[in-house]
Design a protein around this ligand. Structure first.
Ligand SMILES: NC(=O)C1=CN([C@@H]2O[C@H](COP(=O)(O)OP(=O)(O)OC[C@H]3O[C@@H](n4cnc5c(N)ncnc54)[C@H](OP(=O)(O)O)[C@@H]3O)[C@@H](O)[C@H]2O)C=CC1
Ligand SMILES: N[C@@H](CC=O)C(=O)O
Ligand code: NA
Length: 435
């Protein structure tokens, strides 16, 4: 007599862009997934505010508006949280873990802020807490860091980890599109968060780099530890200058670990050399670049946002958890933050910089400006003067590596000079030849 195929039931919280994608993937690839896993994965209930949206995706799926119907259902083994935002997603996941259910989420807001509590709950109940989709959408990066690269000492993890802003910067660079127009496009495509200020302001990327740094360096990096700047001050002038000087502008998350000095984590627009592997990562694509010993350099590339790529990562976690349930080994890889390393203060982070300013277009001005840089120990690599605006000239400088502290002092001294009308923008440069 043939053995009856096992069935693993999941409860889905939220069926929007990503949740809807999960419903579609589990239906479209049902046979293939069942065969690979050796069990059927069935969505038993969907928590939804608008059941009609779920019915439009799959009319057979039961819906509920009560979380208790899912977290108290003994037949549900995996709760998949795809509602977004911090509350009540956190409380719902806590209830699921306390109820002994495995949890899969794409929610970086919750993982970055409450990861520790959730890991502790998962460990206490010997269940999985998986969040591959929370960083870089469809790209596998959490499991590779925790498992495939587990033998490495990682010194640097740097990436384009926000699809919305990469899409926007690409369109602004290649098609000279306007900021507001291109943001609307990214929202329509389902890339942006429900509140897109998290994308544009760099906070979404900050959550992701905090999560990546915590895993890579085995030490918890909180959101407050990340220095954050968004893309809202990037103008077409900066994009043009970057191009002329051999760079592209990308919103990067950058985390480094220096022996004896601690860990740093930051998110800001960055001028990146055109020959860097991350420089050609465009549109909604994300990439995470890792330097470690013994692996050397490794880069992970793919779609960082959008319905189906993100659903791919969520379903990968559902499958991983299902396999662990079948093998009786849930909770196998839990929290990896077993150290408490010091954070390097942002003022001590050293980076080359691009500074664009408007100055009086008259003889002797350059000597005054150069001495302000010199007095603050900022060495200059390149100076460009191309444009005049009435009595003003636009000057661009690229510095060698400078600490944030020295940069702020120099910027302060420059802005007090009568000949400097305005510092228009300062952008960090990632260029190993200038460090
Ligand atoms: N979109 C993307 O490309 C990516 C998203 N993520 C993350 O995935 C998660 C989901 O994002 P996304 O699918 O884009 O978001 P959506 O806003 O498209 O979907 C969220 C869904 O959750 C439902 N929901 C929200 N709050 C509640 C609640 N209290 N009770 C019941 N249902 C609720 C919403 O219902 P209703 O429709 O009624 O409002 C909606 O259907 C977020 O954490 C996001 O950061 C991660 C990677 C990529
Ligand atoms: N809003 C996010 C979605 C995925 O995390 C992004 O644009 O990357
Ligand atoms: Na991912």
């Amino acid at each position: 007599m043939a053995n009856k195929m096992k069935q693993i039931n999941i409860g889905l919280l939220g069926a929007g862009t990503v949740g809807g994608g999960v419903i579609l993937v589990l239906n479209q690839n049902r046979d293939l997934i069942t065969e690979r896993v050796g069990a059927e994965i069935q969505i038993k209930k969907v928590l939804a505010r608008h059941p009609e949206k779920v019915r439009a995706l799959d009319a057979s799926l039961p819906t509920t508006d009560k979380i208790e119907d899912i977290v108290n259902d003994p037949d549900i083994s995996i709760v998949v949280e795809l509602m977004g935002r911090e509350h009540p997603a956190l409380e719902y996941m806590e209830a699921a873990l306390r109820g002994g259910k495995n949890v899969v989420t794409a929610n970086k807001d919750v993982v970055a802020t409450h990861g520790k509590e959730l890991f502790e709950l998962a460990a206490a109940h010997h269940v999985d807490f998986l969040f591959e989709a929370a960083v870089a959408g469809g790209i596998p990066i959490i499991r590779p860091l925790k498992e495939s690269l587990a033998a490495n000492r990682i010194s640097k993890i740097m990436g384009i980890i926000n699809g919305t802003t990469n899409y926007m910067l690409t369109k602004m660079t290649q098609e000279h599109m306007d900021f507001a127009e291109v943001l609307k496009e990214a929202q329509d495509k389902g890339y942006a968060e429900s509140d897109p200020t998290a994308d544009v302001g760099g906070f979404d990327a900050a959550r992701k780099i905090a999560i990546l740094a915590s895993i890579a360096f085995n030490s918890r990096v909180g959101l407050d530890d990340v220095y954050v700047e968004g893309i809202d001050k990037i103008s077409s002038r900066d994009i043009e200058y970057a191009d002329e000087l051999g760079y592209v502008i990308k919103l990067l998350g950058i985390a480094k670990q220096k022996e004896g000095k601690g860990v740093s984590a930051r998110v800001h627009p960055t001028m990146l050399r055109k020959d860097h592997p991350l420089a050609t990562v465009n549109d909604v694509f994300n990439a995470v670049y890792v330097e470690g010993q013994p692996v050397g350099e490794a880069m992970f590339f793919g779609r960082g946002a959008g319905r189906m790529p993100t659903a791919s990562a969520v379903c990968g976690d559902i499958i991983e958890s299902t396999r662990n349930i079948l093998a009786g080994c849930t909770g196998r890889v839990g929290c990896t933050c077993y150290e408490a390393k010091p954070m390097l203060p942002p003022e001590e982070i050293i980076s080359p910089c691009y500074i664009r300013m408007l100055v009086e277009d008259q003889p002797g001005v350059w000597a005054t400006i150069a001495s302000a840089f010199g007095e603050n120990k900022v060495s200059l690599k390149t100076v460009v003067q191309k444009r005049s605006l009435g009595t003003l000239a636009e000057i661009v400088v690229i510095t060698y590596g400078v600490s944030e502290f020295a940069l702020r002092k120099a910027a302060d001294a420059l802005s007090k000079l009568a000949v400097v009308a305005r510092i228009c923008n300062i952008i960090r440069v990632e260029d190993s030849t200038l460090e």
